[in-house]
Design a binder for this molecule. Structure first.
Ligand SMILES: Nc1ncnc2c1ncn2[C@@H]1O[C@H](COP(=O)(O)OP(=O)(O)OP(=O)(O)O)[C@@H](O)[C@H]1O
Ligand SMILES: [Mg+2]
Length: 395
């Protein structure tokens, strides 16, 4: 099963583009499911069909589901949450606050994605399209498996061993002590193993791609760049960008001239910022994007003759590795000539000039706070070292 996640800043058109891609895939003969993990679902509104929290058939090849986030939460986290709430309450924390503490940001959406894992394993669908919540929530959702791994490796394994040793003594000594039972640990481990499997599927570039939806405007593109860097950092492959709401050239009303110039400028900027990704364009339609007929038209106009289910880009663009005193950032730069290369850091942006081509990469916080130490270009890979004391760039 091919998996495509759409994310981007609020209101850019994620739901419309997800639905349009799904309609197009179904038309091309793929058995397709479009899922929404955003608790503020709007797939139903966009497709103009009532979609339930159970899978709903839309047309012969097309299915949709607005995942019931609360239900998935109860199903996956219910027993563990009860334990955490009881535990915190016994420590004197008030009920409602304890309830809040027992849920981590990003968890709800992540549990919704476990539904996707189920479809992946059942193998009934050829394509699954995911309409994600706006960027911030999606980043938290996609970073959640890493956070859970951290907890599992550093906390639960260790704690379980300690609890096993002290439980009989503690329970004899104190009436009021609450220690996790084997069932609680089993639930945590079972859940964690499902999340780990899901993460493996989502970070496999042959199966899953993320697509960034943006509008050709400064603030939107900046957020997409940030998302691109973080997605790469988390190990997800972005295979394309969709620039939505592009004013058609046929509009000649002078009121829009300035907007057309601004959009052209940012489309050019996007080509550099997301190089070598393909930037698909979706025009601003003269109607609300509601109903299957319009979505089909939109899907066709974005992908033209191309198959929207294909993997447009496979390689992870950034690899960041820890070295002794900082980090090495590896960037794949096929066809680049070392003598044509220029590079500098401005604020939290790494600017790389190759010939008359320029890319701006927003650096994640841990790299941006370290000095740029050096750069080496070898075998089509640029290795940039951050950390240490030197600000010199030897190569
Ligand atoms: N290409 C387009 N032409 C015309 N209208 C569009 C286009 N794309 C999206 N819209 C309209 O813009 C609005 C927002 O679109 P949509 O709901 O898909 O955005 P979103 O990114 O999913 O928003 P949210 O962040 O709230 O989930 C909708 O009213 C939709 O009909
Ligand atoms: Mg939406």
């Amino acid at each position: 099963m091919r998996i495509i996640l759409y994310t981007g800043k609020g209101g850019v058109g994620k739901t419309c583009i997800s639905a349009a891609t799904a309609v197009r895939c179904a038309k091309l003969g793929y058995k397709t499911v479009v899922l929404s993990t955003d608790s503020a679902h709007s797939l139903s509104d966009s497709m103009d069909i009532a979609i339930g929290d159970d899978i709903t058939q839309i047309s012969p090849n097309l299915y949709a589901q607005e995942i019931n986030v609360q239900h998935e939460m109860r199903l996956n986290w219910g027993s563990i949450k009860s334990f955490i709430v009881d535990f915190l309450s016994k420590q004197g924390m008030k009920g409602l606050i304890a309830e809040e503490f027992a849920i981590f940001p990003g968890m709800e959406e992540l549990f919704s994605l476990l539904k996707l894992k189920q479809y992946y394993e059942e193998g009934e669908f050829d394509v699954a399209i995911i309409d994600c919540a706006p960027t911030g929530s999606t980043m938290r959702m996609l970073n959640m498996p890493d956070i859970m791994r951290w907890y599992m490796e550093r906390f639960f394994h260790l704690e379980r061993r300690i609890v096993k040793m002290v439980k009989p003594v503690m329970e004899r000594m104190y009436d009021n002590v609450l220690l996790p039972t084997d069932e609680v640990y089993f639930s945590i481990e079972e859940l964690y193993s499902r999340i780990r499997d899901l993460h493996e599927v989502l970070t496999n570039p042959d199966i899953c791609s993320v697509r960034l939806v943006c509008n050709p405007e400064k603030m939107v593109i900046k957020e997409s760049q940030r998302a691109y860097t973080f997605l790469s950092l988390f190990g997800f492959t972005v295979d394309a960008v969709v620039a939505n709401k592009v004013l058609p050239k046929t509009i000649t009303d002078p009121y829009f001239t300035r907007w057309q110039e601004i959009q052209q400028k940012y489309l050019e900027y996007a080509k550099q910022a997301f190089h070598p990704l393909n930037i698909f364009q979706a025009q601003l339609f003269d109607d609300e994007m509601v109903g299957l007929a319009l979505l089909e038209k939109m899907g066709e106009s974005i992908f033209l003759k191309q198959d929207p289910a294909q993997v447009f880009f496979r390689e992870k663009p950034f690899v960041i590795e820890k070295n002794d005193s900082g980090y090495d950032l590896y960037l794949k730069l096929p066809c680049a000539d070392k003598n044509d290369m220029n590079m500098w850091v401005k604020g939290d942006e790494l600017i790389l000039e190759i010939g008359n081509f320029k890319t701006n990469t927003l650096l994640p916080g841990n790299l941006a706070s370290l000095p740029l130490k050096g750069a080496v270009f070898q075998e089509h890979r640029l290795k940039i070292t951050f950390g240490g004391n030197s600000n010199e760039i030897p190569e």
